[in-house]
Design a protein around this ligand. Structure first.
Ligand code: PRP
Ligand code: URA
Length: 208
């Protein structure tokens, strides 16, 4: 698995602001969107281009455009929705495939409850977004599902990853690329990332 901890100063600064205990829902949401947009910029740097001819102001002209079918963004509900708009800022025509998974608070096992994937997903690049990679269970279940549907080209974007989750993901899906704003220290006894962000879903939706 290719793991990229993106050390861009803007990303590091904004992620630092997100760690503030008393941050408002509005600010957390804004920063999640901004960091996601910056991660997207990094994660799409190697997209293939093709040359097409268009009619320019002075006649035909050759320009570059991104090759292949439109990308699909895959937010993992709920917290992944907090990253979706940041991705769409750079790729407003992307299609959205939604996967609903929550982590059982006792067992920490992923529980699937929803899926609505776009057509021809097997021909698209999937950008899977979820702010937190903790045990890795939710992400592994999502990638299992995407691969079952034939998806071959997958990149994962998270805000914070735990070493334990990275190891589990690497074991289950060694072929994917992962971009993260931070690799934190460890999981605590409740499966929360330390120092982490706390409960990202609660912070994005204002629930407690
Ligand atoms: C959080 C987070 C991930 C998952 C990470 O979601 O957004 O989906 O936990 O944990 P894991 O790596 O151990 O699976 P949560 O279950 O809190 O659901 P929510 O997004 O609906 O709040
Ligand atoms: N889910 C979160 O929102 N935060 C964590 O630290 C772990 C799982």
């Amino acid at each position: 698995m290719q793991i990229r901890e993106v050390k861009h100063p803007l990303i590091q600064h904004k992620l630092g602001l997100m760690r503030e205990a008393e941050i408002s829902t509005k600010r957390f949401r804004e920063l999640a969107r901004e960091v996601s947009a910056l991660l997207t910029y990094e994660a799409t740097a190697d997209l293939a281009l093709e040359t097409v001819t268009i009619q320019g102001w002075a006649g035909d002209i050759q320009v570059q455009q991104i090759k292949g079918k439109k990308i699909t963004v895959v937010p993992i509900l709920r917290a992944g929705l907090g990253m979706m708009d940041g991705v769409l800022e750079h790729m407003p025509s992307a299609k959205v495939s939604v996967v609903g998974i929550y982590r059982d608070e006792e067992t920490l096992q992923p529980v699937s409850y929803f899926e609505k994937l776009v057509s021809q997903i097997d021909e698209r690049l999937a950008l899977v977004v979820d702010p937190m990679l903790a045990t890795g269970g939710s992400m592994i279940a999502t990638l299992d599902l995407l691969k079952k549907k034939g998806c071959k080209n997958i990149k994962v974007l998270v805000l914070v990853a735990a070493p334990e989750g990275l190891a589990a993901l690497e074991q289950a899906h060694p072929d994917i690329e992962l971009y993260t704003a931070a690799i934190d220290e460890r999981l605590n006894e409740h499966g929360y990332i330390m120092p982490g962000l706390g409960d990202a879903g609660d912070k994005i939706f204002g629930t407690k």
